[in-house]
Each structure stands twice: as C-alpha cells, then as structure tokens.
Write a protein that binds this ligand. Structure first.
Ligand code: ATP
Ligand code: FE
Length: 363
C-alpha cells in the first residue's frame, strides 16, 4: 500500500507518500504565514493563491522518483478548515484522480492529527489524545481509526490563539531574541527567565472547580491584556529592562498549562472510573502547542503519577503537514474505511466535530 496525502486546510500546503510499513517515501511542505502576518490573521484569498501556486511543486516533490502506478490511493483533507483553502486541495485532487484513475480517501484533518503518533511511535488503540493548536483544543479518547469520544473542547478560543494574541499585544515580534518565533514559542523562550508568581491570571470564570473537561482560555487572555495595558508591558527598542515582559510570559504560559493539566487530570480520573470505556493508559499530545516543553514536563509528571505513558510526535509532525494526511490514508485504506471511487460529491466543511461528544458524562 502506498498513499499520497495532500493537506491544504489552513496556511500550509503539504504532501507526502507513505507505505503501510510506515516508510515516508517522499514529503514536501510550503508555509505561507509570512504573507498573512502583517494582516494579523489568515487572509482567505491570499491562502487560496498560495495553495494554488504551491500544490503542483509540493506534490511533485513528494512524488519525486515515485511511479504514479505504484500509488494505491490519494488522501486529502476535506474538513474542518478554511473552506477556500480546502477547495484548493480537493480540486487539485480531483484532477489527479481523473488523470491517474485512483480511489479517494477523504480525510478529517483532526483525525489525522490524532493518528500521526501511530506513524512515529508504537501506540495501540485506545488512547487519550490532547490536540492543542492555533485552531483547536480537543481532549478525546481515540477508540479506533474512525471512532472518537470527545471528553472536552474549548468553549472559547484555543491555547495557541491565546498565546499568539498575548505575544502580539506585547509586541514580541519586534523583540530581538524572539522575533523569528511564532507567538507561543516566543512566550516559551522568554518565560524561561520569567517569574510566574508575579501576576495572577486565574479568573473565576475558569476555576478548576468546574466539573467537566472543557477548556476556556478567554478569561486569562482578557486578564493578560488588562495587565499589558495597565503596566505598559509592550516591547519597544528603547526598553531598558524587559524583566516584566518575561514575567508576564511566564504567567500566561503557566496559566494555560495549569488549566490544561487540571482538565487532563479530571479526564484520567473519569476514564479510570467509567466502566465500559477501556483505554491503555497512554496520553498523546499533538498540535503546535504540544511542542511547548513546559507543557510536556507538567503532563509527564502527571502521567508518571498515574503510571501512564506520555507520547508526543516530533514537533514537525505536530503542526499541519502532508505526512499525517498520507498516514491517515494508510490507516483507512488498509481497513477499507471510507475509501471512495469518485470525488464529485465531496464538499469541504469549515466545521466538523471529531467523533462523539461524551463530555456530558464527564461530571
Ligand atoms: P489547526 O491545526 O488547529 O487548524 P494551526 O494550524 O494554527 O491550527 P498549528 O500549526 O498546529 O495550529 O500550531 C500553531 C500554534 O502553536 C500557534 O498558535 C503557536 O503559537 C503555537 N505554538 C508553536 N510553538 C509553541 C510553543 N513552543 N509553545 C506554545 N505554543 C506554541
Ligand atoms: Fe492542524
């Protein structure tokens, strides 16, 4: 089995070819973040244009030295994501399917994030997964390739968005020691020299007492913004001492991480307690925020306490990429799950929940 995977759900154009022995035979990725940054968010038309220009070279690179005849099927993200971006991948795939006469495997982008770990590590179903990124915060049990139980999600914004917005408010993109890093990574770096006890960002709205596994980051973002305004915690080149900036980085990072930790802790207790929900005591961490070492450390300690394994795919496969889509294609193709012969009925979807919501029971 050899699957070509194509990813265009947001601002990355990715493609890869993977076989069922977990060999990555080819991969390529182009990111367009720099073209969007000055607008403070992803601009749909710019994304469309870049995907359009990038798809041909990215797929060609991934297919380098690979015969089209040897490809078993093409897998492409069709949901959730930016509709205009998804359409670029779907339309391009349609041309390839027609030209090379291959079956199609429509991919749920979050399912792909949740399964990547099975490419890079030996992890069996079922396991718990936290997907924490710029667009999502989902805590779920992965029961099987196509079976998910959602324990909790964010009620407002994602942890990545929280960190990105705080970084932007603090003007960190001008800070010489972190100017090339994305928001969350910039905060992680500066937080190393910060004191997280200086400010308290915990608001009553997301008290650890709330009895479920859902997340909320809006309150701590507002609290951080108020502090930034009140104490003028904004980087500028005339700044003589940036200690307060580092302290706030440490505070926001700690608040985000502690909140995630309390929710996962609750989920672990719930899964141990609930009878007909078996799981193998493995926690998988993925999404861009999963590269945060402070988060990994805290969750490692939590997992150790409960004799659980913590597994994280390498950072480059935690963020959007073609490899995870191709791998999801392999997982589905070898079990004949959702493999179709025509792409005509495929309509990308902006929103699409992963699996079944069981958060009602986590109380
Ligand atoms: P999605 O995949 O949910 O559609 P996305 O593509 O924006 O969203 P990713 O590329 O997976 O998400 O992750 C990007 C996010 O990860 C950004 O918000 C970024 O700030 C955050 N991030 C990256 N590195 C770190 C880090 N070291 N610590 C914390 N956050 C980080
Ligand atoms: Fe993603």
């Amino acid at each position: 089995i050899r699957i070509l995977g194509i990813e265009t759900s947001c601002d990355d154009t990715g493609a890869a070819v993977i076989d069922d022995q977990r060999n990555i035979l080819g991969e390529s990725i182009r990111n367009q973040l720099q073209y969007h940054q000055k607008f403070g968010g992803i601009v749909p038309n710019i994304a469309k244009q870049h995907h359009y220009e990038n798809l041909v070279p990215v797929v060609a690179e991934a297919m380098n030295n690979i015969e089209w005849d040897s490809i078993s099927a093409i897998a492409t993200s069709i949901r959730p994501g930016l509709i205009i971006s998804l359409w670029q991948g779907v339309n391009f795939t349609r041309q390839l399917l027609f030209k090379y006469n291959k079956p199609f495997i429509p991919i749920h982008h979050m399912e792909a994030h949740a399964l990547t770990v099975r490419l890079t590590h030996d992890v069996d179903f079922p396991y718990m997964v936290l997907l924490a990124s710029g667009g999502h915060c989902i805590l779920a049990i992965v029961e099987d390739v196509d079976k998910y139980y959602r324990l909790g999600e964010s009620n407002d914004i994602s942890p990545g968005e929280t960190l990105d917005k705080v970084a932007r408010e603090m003007n960190l993109s001008e800070h010489p020691s972190v100017k090339d890093l994305v928001g969350g990574a910039a905060i992680e770096y500066l937080a190393l020299q910060g004191d997280s006890s200086i400010f308290n960002l915990i608001t009553s709205q997301y008290s650890a007492k709330s009895k479920d596994c859902s997340f909320t980051f809006g309150g701590m973002l507002s609290a951080a913004k108020r502090l930034i305004t009140k104490h003028q915690i904004k980087y500028d080149s005339s700044m003589l001492n940036d200690q307060i900036l580092k302290d706030l980085c440490a505070c926001i990072q700690t608040s985000v991480v502690r909140h995630i930790e309390t929710r996962i802790h609750r989920a672990i207790l719930y899964c141990d307690y609930r009878e007909n929900l078996t799981w193998r005591k493995t926690l998988v961490l993925s999404g861009g925020v999963a590269s945060n070492l402070f988060l990994r450390k805290r969750l490692k300690d939590l997992c150790d306490y409960y004799s659980m394994k913590l597994v994280c795919p390498p950072p480059k496969y935690c963020t959007d990429n073609g490899v995870m889509i191709a791998w999801n294609g392999v997982e589905r193709f070898r079990r004949n799950l959702g493999v179709i012969s025509a792409v005509d009925e495929i309509i990308p979807e902006a929103r699409s929940p992963l699996g079944e919501n069981i958060s009602e029971h986590v109380r």
